[in-house]
Design a protein around this ligand. Structure first.
Ligand code: NDP
Ligand code: MG
Length: 381
């Protein structure tokens, strides 16, 4: 059977890696829907190559200016059209690789159809994990993780029941500044922060790796994806990024999933699940790996990791507040209005001042996301 895929965030880093997977696996997979926010060039190029019948440009201000639409492709504009098409069109699986909080509404739309969601957009679970669980239960939809750590955990758990899992250990590279002296943190430039030592990723997740806020988001993601208590999710620095995470079982055994760091592997697994397909895309030469090491996460170097996990534990609106403040702070950092240490300070201020609401509905979450973001930005105008 050929799997029909809706590729959301097709122009981004995960989107483009997904295209490499589909190119190799073209007898088994095809793209039937694709979207991007503004990068219509990438969208139309892939529509022409993969003969995609429907594409959506979610920034509808581009409507008037677009040309070069490939023959055989219909173009739609705006987020509401994307949600309508996701709910009303035939496909087998949607891969959500939209970056940041913008991916939440698409996650909800796919889950409402009962279809399978391959999820790269961790922010959906961070902001609305409790609502995602309700939708999954109501519509019987399945989530297959794409994030490499969660793909590793998903693979290592296999068919073991929850009662046999003691905890999971999420690995972290430590990002761009693992060994930089703390006294030099106030001199970090945007260009330095955008260089990841191991992974080739989009800008936001690369910056989040440098602060390790990304790992806090991933602790929350694991809590929701695998129904784990907070004390069952731990994180450890593993600078080589070869062990993508580990599951510790109640008998003391640890199962890890390994490969050289390349997102094409977790993407391929999510798209081929429950099968495994033959592929030449990612090969690991064990003899070349030399050493695998592990370190604790230093709270002085990575305050945003601890702040983020604490927001996750407290729950309600706080994960949304922390995430929105972080998105705003990253924008200010990239615009060179604040320094690297300022990112953590702005997130801390937002978490300490914004009001928390227990068990928020979608509207409250989206509104808090918007207002927190705007408040952090406007304080610097
Ligand atoms: P990129 O920034 O490279 O790509 C983001 C994609 O989302 C682009 O297609 C972009 O379109 C689209 N987009 C941006 N803003 C909006 C919006 N407001 N509405 C709709 N679409 C939008 O991100 P990545 O591919 O790096 O990451 C995507 C997700 O996957 C993130 O949640 C990230 O945390 C997660 N992830 C990424 C990994 C990686 O290796 N990159 C690893 C693990 C998880 P346009 O190009 O037109 O702006
Ligand atoms: Mg990850």
């Amino acid at each position: 059977m050929v799997k029909k895929i809706a590729l959301l965030g097709a122009s981004g880093s995960i989107g483009q890696s997904t295209l490499q997977v589909v190119r190799e696996q073209s007898r088994r997979m095809q793209i039937s829907i694709a979207c991007a926010h503004r990068n219509s060039k990438a969208l139309f190029d892939l529509a022409a190559e993969f003969k995609v019948p429907a594409v959506i440009v979610t920034d509808d201000q581009l409507k008037a200016s677009l040309t070069d639409v490939p023959a055989g492709t219909k173009v739609y504009f705006g987020e509401s059209e994307l949600l309508r098409i996701l709910k009303g069109t035939e496909y087998d699986l949607a891969l959500n690789a939209i970056s940041g909080s913008a991916g939440l509404t698409t996650t909800m739309a796919v889950l409402e159809t009962g279809k399978t969601l391959a999820l790269a957009n961790k922010e959906s679970l961070v902001m609305a994990g409790h609502l995602v669980k309700v939708l999954q239960a109501r519509h019987g939809s399945k989530i297959i993780p794409v994030d490499s750590e969660h793909s590793a955990i998903f693979q290592a758990i296999g068919s073991h029941p929850a009662k046999e899992i003691a905890r999971v250990h999420i690995t972290a590279s430590g990002g761009a500044f693992r060994t930089l002296p703390l006294r030099d943190f106030n001199k970090i430039t945007v260009e330095q922060a955008l260089k990841h030592p191991n992974w080739d990723m989009g800008a936001k997740v690369t910056l989040d790796s440098a602060t390790m806020f990304n790992k806090a988001l991933e602790v929350m993601e694991a809590h929701w994806l695998f129904d784990l208590d907070w004390d069952q999710v731990s994180a450890v620095i593993h600078p080589q990024s070869v062990i993508h995470s580990l599951v510790e079982f109640i008998d003391g055994s640890l199962l890890a999933q390994m490969s050289v760091p390349d997102m094409k592997l977790p993407i391929l697994y999510a798209l081929s699940y429950p099968e495994r397909h033959h592929s030449r895309l990612v090969k690991t030469d064990l003899a070349k790996l030399a050493t695998l090491t592990f370190e604790e996460i230093d709270p002085q170097r990575y305050p945003l990791f601890y702040l983020g996990v604490e927001a996750g534990r407290r729950g309600g609106l706080l994960p949304t507040v922390a995430n929105a403040a972080n998105e705003a702070a990253l924008r200010l950092f990239r615009e060179k209005k604040i320094g690297f240490n300022g990112i953590g300070e702005l997130v801390r201020q937002a978490v300490e001042t914004e009001e928390n609401v227990a068990n928020p509905d979608l509207e409250t979450i989206l509104s808090s996301n918007r207002t927190t973001y705007e408040r952090v930005i406007s304080a610097w105008q």
